[in-house]
Design a protein around this ligand. Structure first.
Ligand code: ADP
Ligand code: MG
Length: 367
């Protein structure tokens, strides 16, 4: 089933939880809504499920307007952020609860069969007689999934389903959930504030900020070709460097920054000579060489944040610009680092953004 949101707006007092949101989620797609806390992710999910009515705009399922339909007539399966399981009911009873529709319950035999099918899908048949209090966090999460799947929904709606799990389990569950939804071929709308979760699991993703859609795309495009400062910074933490265009040639910009002239090969829209731009450069794209006699821009390493497989170096460039560089298999520590380094970047890893492109349409976000 495909899901279309057309110009959805929802305000609470003077907070715009959704501001003119239009999205198209394709049949069988795993689509992510990604953004910081309070940006309106849950609101949009609740509007799709029918728990919340938009002030304006429409929701279409396979082209049919369902905006006025109550939740139980929408055939969506929802997994809530806190799972919302009954702690003292068995797993089986919790999952069967998903089949409860106002005024209707399937016969006992069918109910048992469908619960069993749903538990099979999430590999929990063995735990049917237990209660959620006897299960691990990951198993509870799968009970919530089974309860959403038991009605054979047309789409699956997941609200930060992994946020209560520890880091290791979260990684395993990313793979597990992705495998499951792809096996079922079910259209999935997944909400998270975790950019790694979105990048690793999504077919496509919408980045939200203050109720607005900032950018929609496949993970790699969002990460490598952000169209504004918000997306650049929210996904992966970019170095954002002000500059002005001094030449445009062969699909490349030459940009004068405070610490030198940079070549830039990636930009969402054309720029003219003289345009003010913000260059977005990923920390892992900065290549550092020790010493002062090598090519690149001079800098000093102010600080080293050791992160295990990587280290984050905090640099100060010649004019005082502060930058971050990320290195796999880090060479240096805070105690053993070169006094001076040079940094350079491949022009294809430098993205030029309009200077005032804080967020949507170049306007600063309202939140
Ligand atoms: P997210 O899920 O991205 O954290 P929400 O959709 O929960 O964001 O909330 C978006 C904004 O709308 C927030 O500012 C939140 O405080 C506000 N909001 C959400 N639901 C309500 C509500 N029922 N009443 C008042 N404000 C709400
Ligand atoms: Mg939320």
């Amino acid at each position: 089933m495909n899901i279309t949101l057309k110009r959805i707006t929802k305000t609470y007092g003077d907070v715009a939880a959704a501001a003119d949101v239009s999205l198209e989620i394709r049949d069988g797609e795993t689509f992510f809504l990604l953004g910081p806390s309070g940006c309106g992710k849950t609101t949009l999910l609740r509007i799709v499920a029918g728990f919340c009515a938009p002030d304006s705009g429409v929701v279409l399922f396979d082209g049919v307007d369902v905006t006025a339909r109550p939740p139980h007539e929408r055939r969506t399966g929802m997994v809530f952020q806190n799972y919302a399981l009954w702690p003292h009911m068995t797993v089986e009873a919790n999952v069967a609860f998903g089949l409860t529709v106002p005024g209707r319950q399937p016969p006992a035999e069918e109910r048992r069969r469908r619960v069993r099918e749903a538990l099979c899908k999430v590999r929990l048949v063995d735990q049917a007689e237990r209660t959620p209090t006897q299960l691990s966090g990951g198993q509870q999460q799968r009970v919530a999934l089974a309860r959403a799947l038991v009605i054979n929904p047309d789409c699956l709606l997941l609200d930060e389903p992994l946020s209560n799990l520890d880091a290791k389990l979260r990684l395993d569950m990313r793979i597990e959930i992705r495998r499951l939804v792809k096996e079922l071929g079910i259209t999935t709308l997944y909400v998270t504030h975790d950019q790694k979760e979105a990048l690793s699991m999504a077919d496509r993703c919408a980045v939200l900020n203050g109720g607005r859609v900032e950018q929609v795309g496949v993970p790699r495009a969002l990460y490598e070709r952000p169209v504004n400062r918000f997306t650049a910074d929210f996904l992966g933490g970019a170095n954002l460097i002000p500059g002005s265009v001094t030449a445009v040639r062969d699909g490349r910009l030459t940009v004068n920054t405070g610490f030198g002239v940079w070549e830039c090969a990636a930009f969402a829209k054309p720029f003219a000579v003289g345009a003010r731009v913000t260059l977005s450069v990923r920390p892992e794209s900065l290549v550092l060489t020790p010493g002062s006699g090598t090519p690149g821009f001079p800098a000093v390493i102010r600080d080293v944040l050791y992160l295990g497989e990587t280290a984050e170096y905090r640099l100060t460039a010649a004019n005082g610009t502060e930058l971050k560089a990320l290195e796999m298999n880090p060479r240096w520590t805070a105690d053993a680092r070169p006094a001076d380094v040079r940094f350079s970047v491949d022009p294809t890893a430098v993205v030029a953004l309009p200077a005032d492109s804080n967020s949507h349409d170049g306007k600063t976000a309202g939140s």
